[in-house]
Design a binder for this molecule. Structure first.
Ligand SMILES: Cc1cc2nc3c(=O)[nH]c(=O)nc-3n(C[C@H](O)[C@H](O)[C@H](O)COP(=O)(O)O)c2cc1C
Length: 219
């Protein structure tokens, strides 16, 4: 499966089978995360075989089950920490999907106290991603019309339409989709539209989808 297909097939999955992630796939994920950390300066960690991260009433309430593996998005506090966590976290999510795994971004419904023990002093944790083999492949989220998200009037170039369509398939907190896309001086721009929890993380996620599908870097 390539990343274009991963974008289409990814949906949030909260119930897992408990099947262990194989050693080969662990190595692939470890290498990918090392690369993301080197490029971004973030400190992303992956924790295997640790059910304590989702051992909480909140997780149960959020309908999470059998989450034994998860990814922690963290780094030194900075203006762009959250957006970077979104961008690099979604790179890992889509690669995981292409490897046959399932995921779910999680801002609230996990055991923060247990996970925070893994964060070194001076670092800030943004949120986590549950990962593993899903009971199901999840379900597509509710679609909204593309023109509601496009700020630039007139005919859209093909590359822009591809990027914008992929952006609408991105996960956002509470499926809020608070962003607008446009073209300025021939280049794509994406900005937050409105307030809400995790809109900066969402922006990074959406930007990664747009760039992957359009082949155009967003500045
Ligand atoms: C930044 C962020 C935080 C999220 N936090 C939670 C959460 O705490 N609990 C939960 O069950 N889902 C959480 N989600 C998953 C969203 O609810 C989900 O992505 C959205 O409903 C769209 O569905 P889809 O991912 O299947 O496309 C989060 C997603 C994002 C992007």
């Amino acid at each position: 499966m390539d990343l274009a297909q991963a974008i289409q097939e990814r949906h949030s999955v909260r119930a897992y089978t408990g099947q262990k992630i194989e050693e080969e796939k662990r190595q692939e994920l470890d290498t990918l995360i090392r690369g993301c950390n080197e490029e971004s300066g973030l400190h992303i960690q992956i924790c295997y075989d640790d059910p304590d991260g989702f051992d909480s009433k909140m997780a149960h309430y959020g309908k999470f089950s059998n989450v034994n593996d998860y990814i922690i998005l963290a780094g030194r506090p900075s203006e762009d920490l959250e957006e970077k966590c979104g961008y690099y976290g979604e790179r890992i999510v889509l690669e995981a999907q292409a490897m046959g795994l399932n995921t779910c971004w999680v801002g609230l419904t996990f055991n923060k106290r247990n996970v925070k023990k893994r964060i070194p002093k001076g670092e800030k944790m943004a949120l986590v991603i549950a990962i593993g083999y899903g009971e199901t492949q999840g379900i597509p989220h509710k679609e909204r019309p593309l023109d509601r998200f496009v700020a630039t009037k007139g005919e859209m170039p093909d590359w822009f339409r591809k990027g914008a369509e992929a952006a609408l398939l991105a996960p956002t907190a509470l499926h809020q989709q608070k962003f607008k896309m446009g073209i300025r001086d021939g280049k794509p721009v994406i900005r937050r539209a409105g307030r809400g929890p995790y809109t900066k993380v969402d922006l990074g996620i959406v930007r990664y989808h747009f760039e992957t599908a359009s082949g155009h870097k967003v500045f």
